[in-house]
Design a protein around this ligand. Sequence first.
Ligand SMILES: [Zn+2]
Ligand SMILES: [Zn+2]
Length: 582
Amino acid sequence: MEKELVAIEVKRHSLAHLLAAAVLDLWPEAKLAIGPAIENGFYYDIDFGDVKINEADFREIEKRMSHLLKQNLPFVRIEKKIDEALAEAQASGNPYKIELIEGLKERGESVVSIYSVGKFDDLCRGPHVESTNKILPGSFKLNKLAGAYWRGDEKNKMLTRIYGLAFATKAELDDYLHLIEEAEKRDHRKLGKELDLFMMHEYAPGMPFFLPKGMIVLLELIKFVREYSYGEGYQEIRTPHLLNADLWKTSGHWEHYQEDMFCLHHAEDDIDMGIKPMNCPAHMLVFKRDIHSYKELPLRLAETTTLYRNEKSGTLQGLTRVRSLSQDDTHIFARPDQILSEISDLLQKVKNIYNIFNLQIDEIHLSTRPESFLGEKATWDLAESNLKEALEKAGLNYQINEGDGAFYGPKIDVKVKDAIGRQWQLATIQLDFQLPQRFELHYDDADGTQKTPVVIHRALLGSMERFMGIIIEHYAGALPLWLSPVQIKLLSVGEKHIDFCRQLEEEFKALGLRVEVDDHNETVGNKIRKATQEKIPYLLVIGDKEMESENLVIRERGSQDNKEMKKTDFVHDVSEKIKLKQ
Ligand SMILES: [Zn+2]
Ligand SMILES: [Zn+2]
């Protein structure tokens, strides 16, 4: 696996050279900057001067790249004295290569390597494929143009970045292209708009507005969280959004996390305050309010209020990367001897929850003690062996990220795969030996001494906004019945059927079902088409026949056929499915 990864990265980077060679062939005046391999492909940043290129030029560039591939050209490494290379770069008038070589010189390099493929030379550290025939025909494709500042600095010149995709084989590339196409169709930002779930506004970047239908989904998710993520033994609380800087100083956020927080100065009280990016510090205060006996532990404080994080504008994305978020957040205050049972319980919850959403657990990582750590080694050893034991008992495969834990405690991360095979990081279970110390938390132990509890930070869905974005894409907008904002739509055939629709609507509503009536003066065909786009689980066409019988004609989502069913059976079926979270 590791080796394959290296090999594909080398291919991707080698393709960046071929891209540059093809570009220079077509636009000899272009000035090359840098061309690394990236996830799924490569890019090259190029200064085209006054020339504007567009995606229509990709075909010609690709043709020339393919031509270079076919010639089976070797990549040849040439070493040059740095001053010689610098003089050449100066002669060619390429300011980017000059800057790169000068940088190397400042760092004390005396020799640089140049790689030559065909007639094209480029300053590069390597490695590359031995020769171009190692790259299979059809295994790459140029896919995107973007502007990119030289060295990522907006004070510098904006260059043109040409992106390419590259895989080991054409089949792998095709699979990936198919995945992108599928992902675009499922994009939750697009579906969120089409299904009236949420909106975004320039007045609140990264902070979604949930519309009535989206709010139904969010509230159902919160209900779900209360039952499946919290459950027995969890106590929900609500703490303030705005808290004095002194609290954030105690927790360490003021020093280490302030850039990611929204802060303000309260003029009247003359104090700095921070809007909470996490619930932890406030929960520490709640724990500290009382004297706790060892018998009261574990204490599990849960909260789903909205948190605010000052994520960078460039990283914001629909619901999946936001500035306002609510988590299924809990802080478990436990004795060291309770870690095993708590983690076991959490892993059971993780399995149940993802099973309900048909999300497949893909990877679990256990991050362990780093070189510099807080607390006793023995405490860490015990905690880590508890985490391992819990994972093994739960029958879950996991990888150990040795030494990759935070300095204050080991952690379990769970990644899932969605319906189209994309990976998402969801649950985090983080042990914390530090925060209870910073807040001087204690409990009275059985032997009469005061001990510091361990805190477990845990979120199983992660942020509910992000989770909603993920499942919208996972289900391609066709949310399961229990989550659907509208579960049943009644379609009246004609005007005389509207009253009957209204009666049925009341009946269904009284049973707790979410129903809508389409009584527009339109054909049934049109109404079905519209409701299908709305991805409503059940459509009921109401005409003369339905008014006269005890039976309903039902069209289930995804089916082209209608089926006839007794009303009582239909209601029973639907209610059962909702109960089973289907
Ligand atoms: Zn290179
Ligand atoms: Zn926390």
